[in-house]
Design a protein around this ligand. Structure first.
Ligand code: FEO
Length: 183
């Protein structure tokens, strides 16, 4: 009796996404290590915390595959890309990475829709919302750097930005959650 409630295609796609989330954790770890080595300890702290969040995303998918009677396959994680050359480039790379991840999430949503796997479709909605938040968070980093002077930001500006990021929460407020009291 087949007790796996996931099709082969969906299970493989979920598995691939699981590895992508692990890869994302490696990317944040790697950029965090670069930031710290360049003296941006606060930004490193922010990126290290985010690496942890990406690992949680990975676990969420792994547990979902198991709950549906499937079998996750833990594979090798691709190496992170080369170090950025500036804080500005670091934030740009973070943003681009999140946009690419959103594309992968949307493909999974479409696949589950096409297969009429409504359980997976429903599960993936959490990731759709999460990606909106992640992109907002990454855009926010770029905005803060832009205000600080972008590529031309001086040492004092970068120092203040770095301190601010040390304790910056990992969550962004989404447009649909905004109220008059909580803009
Ligand atoms: Fe798990 Fe940053 O997306």
């Amino acid at each position: 009796m087949n007790t796996n409630r996931l099709s082969k295609t969906i299970q493989q796609a979920l598995n691939d996404q699981m590895t992508k989330e692990a890869h994302a954790a490696q990317i944040y770890l790697s950029y965090g290590a670069w930031c710290d080595s360049e003296g941006y300890g606060g930004t490193a702290n922010f990126l290290f915390r985010h690496a942890h969040e990406e690992r949680n995303h990975m676990m969420k998918i792994l547990e979902y595959i198991l709950k549906r009677g499937g079998k996750p396959t833990v594979t090798a994680i691709p190496a992170p890309p080369a170090d950025p050359e500036s804080l500005h480039q670091c934030f740009e790379k973070v943003f681009q990475h999140e946009v690419d991840n959103t594309t992968a999430i949307y493909a999974l949503v479409k696949l589950s829709f096409d297969e009429q796997d409504w359980a997976t479709w429903n599960f993936m909605q959490w990731f759709v919302k999460e990606q909106t938040e992640e992109e907002t968070l990454a855009l926010d980093l770029l905005d803060k750097l832009k205000i600080a002077g972008g590529e031309k930001a001086d040492v004092d500006m970068l120092y203040n930005l770095d301190r601010e990021l040390k304790d910056k929460p990992d969550d962004a407020t989404l447009a649909q959650e905004v109220t008059e009291e909580k803009p």
